[in-house]
Design a protein around this ligand. Structure first.
Ligand code: 13P
Ligand code: SF4
Length: 320
């Protein structure tokens, strides 16, 4: 009898499938994935897939939904329907419409961590890897930005534009756990460590960082850094990804409790069942597809010109 790993490999061949995983997945899922990356790298990868018929997407709901919008000819499967990103559900299309009426001269920039319905109300999307470049590329001086208020703050520090957070207190419950006191304590104990922080963290934590980066940006940065030790302030399995690529370097999670439970719903058994039964299929609502697609495509065009996403891009461009 085949074990889960062997069965997954067999099913992948039978169904002509590939497995994509976000950097926050567990080691077991990262190891079976054909490609692991941040939100932007996963978008690029999905849009380039030609040979495979089926994609098993090991990330949260908005990521799989974006994949289905970017490559509608592929069957996009998610191993657990409950893998939702709570922050993505903090902003509704109705709230965006209301804000647009209140600020008619503002552009709407939405973080990719939103529902497809909210995306259909956006002028353009962004990820944490390209948010600053996306905002700078727009002619408008006023930007409605949601749903993450901390990423909105980060962008406001990097551009001269007026950034209006939408909703006022949108946040990620995982990144909310980091605080300045803990980070200060850890840095005092590891004086040689470089501090890498995700822009979903509070401004006080971001200010303490040596660098603020997306998860893909962290990988790129560590590859080039002369430091040997790093304190990582983002979801705890990011250190797993970094360790796999840099066995000679040391990664200290800023907080072991910073676990995205939603990302952790996936197991090898669920991936196997997902391939076997070809469920659950991700299919965004017909009525909102075209608006959401337009906003995503606009972002992808900007990202093509961005040097920063050189990180994993060669691998991301290879067709699956
Ligand atoms: P990245 O795009 O940096 O991987 O971030 C996605 C995310 O959900 C962070 O919490
Ligand atoms: Fe959403 Fe936060 Fe999990 Fe990222 S870490 S998927 S923002 S809940």
């Amino acid at each position: 009898m085949l074990n889960d790993l062997q069965e997954i490999e067999r099913l992948k061949k039978e169904k002509n499938a590939i497995i994509l995983a976000h950097n926050y997945q567990t080691r077991a899922i990262q190891e079976i994935a054909d490609f692991t990356g941040d939100s932007l790298e996963l978008c690029i990868k999905v849009s380039k897939i030609k040979k495979a018929d089926t994609v098993v997407f090991c990330g949260v709901d908005f990521m799989a939904e974006t994949a289905a919008l970017l490559n509608p000819h592929k069957k996009i499967l998610i191993p657990d329907r409950n893998a939702e990103c709570p922050m993505a559900h903090m902003l509704t299309a109705k709230e965006i419409k209301k804000a647009k009426n209140a600020y008619p001269d503002a552009a709407v920039v939405l973080y990719i961590n939103t529902t497809a319905e909210a995306k259909s109300e956006a002028d353009i999307l962004c990820t944490s890897a390209n948010a600053v470049e996306v905002v700078k590329s727009l002619p408008q001086e006023k930007i409605l930005f949601g749903p993450d208020q901390n990423l909105a703050w980060y962008v406001s520090q990097q551009t001269k534009k007026e950034i209006i957070p939408l909703p006022e207190h949108g946040h990620c419950y995982v990144h909310k756990m980091f605080n300045l006191g803990d980070l200060y304590f850890l840095s005092e104990k590891n004086l040689d460590a470089e501090i890498l922080v995700h822009p979903e963290c509070d401004p006080s934590v971001q200010k303490f960082a040596d660098v603020v980066l997306s998860t893909g940006g962290m990988i790129h940065h560590v590859n080039q850094s002369l430091h040997k030790t790093f304190i990582i302030a983002t979801e705890v399995d990011m250190t797993t990804r970094l360790e796999r690529e840099n066995p000679d370097k040391t990664f200290i999670p800023a907080l072991n409790e910073a676990i995205c439970e939603n990302m952790k719903l996936y197991t090898l058994e669920k991936v196997k069942t997902c391939l076997l039964n070809e469920e659950f299929i991700v299919e965004p609502d017909e009525n909102i597809k075209s608006g959401a697609k337009r906003a995503i495509k606009r972002m992808m065009n900007i990202s093509k010109n961005q040097n920063m996403i050189e990180l994993n891009i060669k691998e991301a461009m290879e067709n699956g």
